[in-house]
Design a binder for this molecule. Structure first.
Ligand code: COA
Ligand code: AMP
Length: 627
C-alpha cells in the first residue's frame, strides 16, 4: 500500500476541514472562505471566487500566457488548432462580451447544445466568467430531451452550432433546436448559431443570431470582468438520467468544484502546470465538463479537445496518434472505446507502430471495465490501466487507485480504493454493513466531499431522496462489494439505469416512450450485454388486440425511442412478445428477461404467473440471434 495515499485518505476523513482547507489554497479567491465547511452552507462558506478567472486570467497574470491551454484535434475536419492561455482568455472574453450584450448576467442560465469544437469551451468559460449558469446538453439527445432541459433550466439564451460531425456523418443541430423550442413552454430570447463550413443553418429572425456576426458587432465592447460568485453559487447544471422520464439537474457549485478538481488533477492523475491531459469524452457528459474543460485549466495544464471517434476517424490508431502528437501524459477514456479499437485492431498493430509517446497511465471510467479489456490494453501498451469510478452527481472520482499518490495497486474487475474525501460502506437492505466480500448497496458517508452535488435544480426533494434510504449515507444507486484487501468492486445498478457505450440512460424512461406507441399494450426495456457497448437496451413489447400482426410495430417502437430520447439510446431490437414474465401480483420479472437476453441459465421462479411466457420469449430471442 502507498503510505502517501493512506495518509492522505486518513487525514481527509479524520480532519476534512484541515485537508480541504489546505487544498483550497491552490485557488485564487476574491474573498477567502471564512470556514472550510459548515453543515448549513456547505463547503467554503463566505468565500467568493470566479472559476473562469482561476482557469485562465491568473495563469496569464503569472506570465504563462504563451503556454498552450487547449489543443483542438479534429480528424473529422482535418484540423489541429492550438490556443495559448492568452488566446483562450481572449476568445472567452469575446464570447462573454457577446453574451453580456444579450443581457446575460450572474445567475442567468444559458443552454449550450454544441459539438466538440473550441467555441463550446469558450462558451462554457464565458458563462463562468459572467457568473451565469451553463447547461450543456449532449448532441446525441433528441429535441424532446432538449426541450425538457430548456423548460427546467429556464435559460435566457441558447448557444448552438449548425452541425455536429459524427464519424463520416454530418448531423444538423439547428432543426433539432427549432423543434425543441417549439416543444418547450419556456420562451428563449435569443439563439446564437455558430455556422460551420460543413453545413449552414437557417436562421429564424429576429430570435436567431449568427455567432460570427454577433462577435463582430461586439468586437469593441468592453471585456466583462470576471464576476466573483459565492462558493455555493452554481457554476452549471448538468442533466443526467434518473429513474423517471424527467432528467435530474445536477447543480455544481463553484467553490467546492474548483478545489476538488484542482486536487484531483495533481493527486489522482498526476497532472500539473505544463503537463498535457486528454479525456476522450464529450463536453455533454460530466467527464467532459470536469476533465476536458475545467480541471486541466485550473492547474495550468494543456487539455485536448478531440472531435472524432475511437475508430473510423480515420482508423483505430487515432487515439494513439493524438496521445503521441500532443505529448499526452495522462489519458482518460471509456472501456467501450478500447473495446471498439480492439475489435478493429485485435493485434494492436496501430498501437505498436505509433506508440504512446510519454504517456504514463490510462484511466478508464463511465462503466465497469471488464478484466479482459484492461488486460489487453496493459499488455499491448505496457502502461498501467486504471479503472476508476464516479458519477455525474459527484463530479470527480470517488474510487480509484491514486496513481499520483504512489498507489499503483490494481485488481482487474475492481475500481480501486476510496479516494481521499470519500468514506464508503456496503450496506444490506436494512442498512447494516455487510462483511468483506459480500454484496450490497454502495453508499458514501455524508456529507459528501467538495465538488459533489448539494441539490438538484428545481428539485430539492429529489436530492433529499438520495439520502433517505440509509440514514447518514448517500445512496449511489450501485451495487457492489469491498473485498478483504479493501478493493471496491462495482457490480451494477440497483435501479433501472443502464450504461450504453459509457452513456447513462434510463430503461424506465424508454419504457414510458415505448408504452405510448400505438398498438403497445405493455412493455419492458432491459439492458442486455454487448461486446462493444457494454450494454444495449432491448425492448419486449406485447401488442394490443388488433396489432398482433402489425409488421411495423417493432420499427415504430425503435423509431419512437430514437426520435424522443435520441440516437444515443441505441435501441435496435424490439421483440414482439406474447406476454411478459410477471409475478402473480403483476410485477414484471426484468431480471429474468435480462438473463434470457444474455443467454444465461434461468429457472422458472415459483411466483411466476405463467411459466410458458419465459420459454416463448427465449425462443424469440434465440430465433432472432441478435440479442
Ligand atoms: N451528436 C449527435 N449524435 C450522436 C452524438 C452526438 N454528439 N454522439 C452519438 N451520436 C449518435 C451516433 O451517431 C449514433 O447514431 P446511429 O445510431 O445513427 O449510428 C448513436 O448516437 C449511438 O452513438 P454511439 O453510442 O457513440 O455509438 P457508435 O456506434 O456511433 O460508436 C463507440 C460506438 C464505442 C465508438 C462510441 O460509443 C464511443 O466512442 N464511446 C465512448 C463513449 C465515451 O467516451 N463516453 C464518455 C464516458 S467517460
Ligand atoms: P455517469 O453519471 O454518467 O457518470 O454514470 C455513473 C454510473 O456509471 C455509476 O453510478 C456506475 O453505475 C457507472 N460507472 C461509472 N464508472 C464506473 C466504473 N469504473 N465501474 C463500474 N461502473 C461505473
Amino acid at each position: 500500500m502507498s503510505e502517501t495515499y493512506n495518509r492522505a485518505w486518513q487525514s481527509s476523513i479524520e480532519d476534512p476541514q484541515g485537508f480541504w482547507g489546505e487544498a483550497a489554497k491552490a485557488l485564487d479567491w476574491t474573498t477567502p472562505p471564512s470556514a472550510t465547511f459548515s453543515e448549513g452552507q456547505g463547503w467554503f462558506p463566505g468565500g467568493t471566487l470566479n472559476t473562469a478567472y482561476n482557469c485562465l486570467d491568473r495563469h496569464v497574470a503569472a506570465g504563462r500566457g504563451d503556454a498552450i491551454a487547449l489543443v483542438y484535434d479534429s480528424p473529422v475536419t482535418a484540423t489541429i488548432r492550438r490556443y495559448s492561455y492568452s488566446e483562450l482568455l481572449a476568445e472567452t472574453s469575446r464570447v462573454a462580451a457577446m453574451l453580456a450584450s444579450l443581457g446575460v448576467a450572474k445567475g442567468d442560465r444559458v443552454i449550450i447544445y454544441m459539438p466538440m469544437i473550441p467555441e463550446t469551451v469558450f462558451a462554457m468559460l464565458a458563462c463562468a466568467r459572467l457568473g451565469a449558469i451553463h447547461s450543456v446538453v449532449f448532441g446525441g439527445f433528441a429535441a424532446l430531451e432538449l426541450a425538457k432541459r430548456i423548460d427546467d433550466a429556464g435559460p435566457k439564451v441558447l448557444l448552438t452550432a449548425s452541425c455536429g460531425i459524427e464519424g463520416s456523418r454530418t448531423i444538423a443541430y439547428k432543426p433539432m433546436v427549432d423543434e425543441a423550442l417549439h416543444l418547450a413552454h419556456h420562451q428563449i430570447e435569443r439563439v446564437v448559431v455558430f455556422q460551420r463550413d460543413r453545413l449552414h443553418a437557417d436562421l429564424v429572425g429576429p430570435r436567431d443570431l449568427d455567432w460570427k456576426a454577433l462577435r463582430a458587432k461586439t468586437e469593441n465592447d468592453p471585456i466583462p470582468a470576471p464576476v466573483p460568485v459565492a462558493s455555493d453559487d452554481p457554476l452549471y447544471i448538468l442533466y443526467t438520467s434518473g429513474t423517471t422520464g424527467t432528467p435530474k439537474g445536477v447543480v455544481r457549485e463553484n467553490g467546492g468544484h474548483a478545489v476538488a478538481l484542482a486536487w484531483s488533477m495533481q493527486n489522482i492523475y498526476g497532472i500539473g502546470t505544463g503537463d498535457t491531459f486528454w479525456a476522450a469524452s464529450d463536453v455533454g457528459w460530466v467527464v467532459g465538463h470536469s476533465y476536458i474543460v475545467y480541471a486541466p485549466l485550473l492547474v495550468g495544464a494543456t487539455t485536448v479537445l478531440f472531435e472524432g471517434k475511437p475508430v473510423g476517424t480515420p482508423d483505430p490508431g487515432t487515439f494513439w496518434r493524438v496521445i503521441e502528437r500532443h505529448g499526452v501524459k495522462t489519458f482518460f477514456t471509456a472501456p467501450t472505446a478500447i473495446r471498439a479499437i480492439r475489435k478493429e485492431d485485435p493485434d494492436a498493430t496501430f498501437l505498436a507502430e505509433i506508440g504512446t509517446g510519454g504517456c504514463k497511465a490510462v484511466f478508464l471510467a463511465g462503466e465497469r471495465a471488464d478484466p479482459d479489456t484492461i488486460g489487453w490494453l496493459e499488455d499491448k501498451s505496457g502502461l498501467p490501466v486504471i479503472d476508476h469510478w464516479w458519477q455525474t452527481e459527484l463530479g470527480w472520482p470517488a474510487i480509484a487507485s491514486c496513481f499520483a499518490l504512489g498507489d499503483l495497486r490494481r485488481k482487474r474487475g475492481s475500481a480501486g480504493f476510496p479516494v481521499p474525501g470519500y468514506a464508503f460502506e456496503i450496506l444490506d437492505e436494512s442498512g447494516h454493513p455487510v462483511p468483506a466480500g459480500h454484496s450490497g448497496a454502495v453508499v458514501i458517508k455524508a456529507p459528501l466531499a467538495p465538488g459533489a452535488f448539494r441539490t438538484l435544480w428545481n428539485n430539492p426533494g429529489g436530492y433529499a431522496k438520495n439520502f433517505a434510504t440509509f440514514d447518514g449515507y448517500y445512496e449511489t444507486g450501485d451495487a457492489g462489494f469491498i473485498d478483504e484487501e479493501g478493493f471496491v468492486h462495482i457490480m451494477g445498478r440497483t435501479d433501472d439505469i443502464i450504461n450504453v457505450a459509457g452513456h447513462r440512460l434510463s430503461t424506465g424512461q424508454m419504457e414510458q416512450i415505448v408504452a405510448a406507441v400505438e398498438g403497445v399494450a405493455e412493455c419492458a426495456v432491459i439492458g442486455a450485454e454487448d461486446a462493444i457497448k457494454g450494454m444495449v437496451p432491448i425492448a419486449f413489447v406485447v401488442p394490443r388486440a388488433g396489432f398482433d400482426a402489425d409488421p411495423t410495430l417493432d420499427k415504430r417502437v425503435i423509431a419512437a425511442v430514437r426520435s424522443e430520447l435520441g440516437a444515443v439510446a441505441a435501441l435496435r431490437t424490439a421483440f414482439i412478445a406474447p406476454g411478459l414474465p410477471k409475478t402473480r401480483s403483476g410485477k414484471i420479472l426484468r431480471n429474468l428477461l435480462r438473463k434470457i437476453a444474455n443467454g444465461e441459465a434461468w429457472t422458472v421462479p415459483p411466483t411466476i404467473e405463467d411459466p410458458e411466457v419465459p420459454k416463448a420469449i427465449e425462443q424469440l430471442v434465440e430465433h432472432s440471434g441478435r440479442a
